[in-house]
Design a protein around this ligand. Structure first.
Ligand code: HSE
Length: 404
C-alpha cells in the first residue's frame, strides 16, 4: 500500500481525493499497489466532508509521519509550497504537483534533490491540465531534437477569443461573461496578460532542451489590446486570433514568446476553440505531434496529478531521469525574432500608403471596410525592424504577429 498526503484541499486537491476514491480499484490494478490518502493539509476545516477526519492543519504532522511515501502539492503559490515540497523530497518522498509557478521557478533545484534522494518530482498537471504533455515530451519524444513548440496554453483567453470571434462581442463584455460563468478568475490578470501561458511555455521549453528558461526572460503580450475590429480583420483574412506560447530552436539557441497570433485554417491548432488547450510539438524525427484536451478543470487536472502518483508508486526508490538543469538556456534576443505583422494605422489609405511603403517596404493591404484606418501585412521582418518602422509612423492602432 502507498500512503499519500495531499497539501491543499482546494479544487485540484479535492479532485485528486475524489479520483483515488472513485477509481481506486483500477488505479490499484494498474499500479500494482493500493493507493490511500493518509492525510490532507489545509488551514480550513471541512465539517461533514468525506475527508473531514484526515484533514490536518500543520505540515509538521505530515513531515513527521514516516508512513507517508508520496506528497501531492496542490496548494498553488510559491510559498510555503516550495518549502514543503523541498522538505518532502529531502526525506526521499516523491512529490506530484500541479503548481506551474513552483515548477517554472524551482524546477531544476527540485529535480536535482529528487535525483539525489532517489525519488521523483513530477508535474504533469502543471502544463495543459488534463492533457498528457510533460510525460510524452520527457519520454515518448526523448529520441528527438525538439524543433518547435506552439501551444494554446490558456483556456480562459482561448474562451474569450473564441467568444469574441463567434459572437462579435468586445473584450470587456466577453471577459465579464467569462467571469460570471467561472471561466475567468475575479482577478484575470495572469490569464489575460499571458503570464500563465508564459510559465507553461517556460516549463515545456526547459524540458525540451534540458536547461532553464526563466519565464521573466520571455517576451509576453496578452490579449487585452485585441478588439472586435481585429477579429473582423481576421475573419476577412480567413484567420483566427489565438494567443500562443511558442518556442523554436534556432541553431544553438532558442527563441520564445507569448503573444496573440493570426492563424489560418491550414494551421493544426485553428479549430482549438473555447476553453480547450492544444500543444503542437515538432520533433526532428517524429515530425508534428499534437496534444489536445482540457487545460484546466477539477477532474481533468486532478487526473494528471493521479497519473503522477501512479508513476511515482511504480518507481519507489528509483529516480526517473529528467534532464533540466540550472544552466540558462541560450535565448535568441527578442529583437531578432522574425514574424510577419498585421498592422492597423489611424487615417486613410491615402494618408498612409506612401509612408508605409517607405518604412516597411512591400506590404499587402487588408480591407475590412473601415474608412478611418489603414491595415496591411508586412513581409517577414525582425521585431527590431517592426519597432523602428512603427515608431517612425507613430499612428499604429494595433499589430498582431503571423508566424513564418
Ligand atoms: N487559468 C488557467 C487557464 C488554468 O485558463 O488555462 C490552468 O492553468
Amino acid at each position: 500500500m502507498i500512503n499519500v498526503s495531499i497539501l491543499g484541499y482546494g479544487t485540484i486537491g479535492s479532485g485528486v481525493f475524489q479520483i483515488i476514491r472513485e477509481n481506486g480499484q483500477i488505479i490499484a490494478e494498474r499500479t500494482g499497489e493500493e493507493i490511500t490518502v493518509k492525510s490532507i493539509l489545509d488551514l480550513r476545516d471541512f465539517p461533514g466532508d468525506i475527508a473531514e477526519d484526515i484533514i490536518v492543519h500543520d505540515f509538521a504532522e505530515i513531515d513527521s509521519d514516516d508512513s507517508v511515501q508520496i506528497v501531492v502539492e496542490t496548494m498553488g503559490g510559491l510559498h510555503p509550497a516550495y518549502e514543503f515540497v523541498k522538505a518532502s523530497l529531502e526525506k526521499g518522498r516523491s512529490v506530484c504537483t500541479s503548481n506551474k509557478a513552483l515548477v517554472a521557478a524551482f524546477g531544476p533545484e527540485l529535480l536535482k534533490i529528487a535525483e539525489d534522494k532517489k525519488c521523483n518530482f513530477l508535474f504533469e498537471a502543471s502544463v495543459g491540465g488534463g492533457i498528457p504533455v510533460i510525460r510524452p515530451l520527457r519520454s515518448s519524444l526523448a529520441p528527438d531534437v525538439i524543433e518547435q513548440i506552439s501551444g494554446i496554453l490558456n483556456g480562459t483567453t482561448n474562451y474569450i477569443l473564441t467568444e469574441m470571434t463567434e459572437k462579435g462581442s468586445d473584450f470587456d463584455t466577453v471577459l465579464k461573461d467569462a467571469q460570471a460563468k467561472g471561466y475567468a478568475e475575479k482577478d484575470p490578470t495572469a490569464d489575460i496578460e499571458g503570464h500563465d501561458a508564459c510559465r507553461k511555455i517556460a516549463i515545456l521549453t526547459s524540458l525540451a532542451y534540458g536547461h532553464q528558461l526563466d519565464f521573466e526572460d520571455i517576451y509576453t503580450e496578452g490579449i487585452t489590446n485585441i478588439t472586435d475590429r481585429d477579429i473582423n480583420y481576421a475573419k476577412k483574412l480567413g484567420a483566427k486570433i489565438k494567443i500562443f506560447g511558442s518556442s523554436k530552436k534556432e541553431g544553438e539557441k532558442v527563441s520564445a514568446m507569448v503573444a496573440p497570433k493570426l492563424i489560418t485554417v491550414s494551421h493544426p491548432l485553428y479549430s482549438v476553440d473555447g476553453v480547450f488547450n492544444a500543444i503542437l510539438i515538432k520533433g526532428n524525427m517524429a515530425g508534428d505531434v499534437m496534444f489536445y484536451g482540457q487545460g484546466a478543470g477539477k477532474l481533468a487536472t486532478a487526473s494528471a496529478v493521479v497519473s503522477d502518483i501512479m508513476e511515482a508508486s511504480k518507481h519507489q526508490g528509483i529516480n526517473i531521469k529528467t534532464i533540466w538543469d540550472n544552466q540558462k538556456l541560450g535565448l535568441v534576443p527578442f529583437e531578432e525574432s522574425i514574424s510577419k505583422f498585421f498592422v492597423r494605422l489611424k487615417g486613410t489609405k491615402a494618408d498612409n500608403e506612401a509612408k508605409v511603403s517607405e518604412v516597411f517596404g512591400n506590404v499587402t493591404p487588408v480591407d475590412a471596410g473601415y474608412s478611418d484606418e489603414y491595415a496591411f501585412i508586412t513581409e517577414a521582418i525582425t521585431e527590431a525592424k517592426y519597432t523602428g518602422a512603427s515608431e517612425k509612423l507613430g499612428n499604429v492602432i494595433n499589430k498582431i504577429r503571423i508566424d513564418v
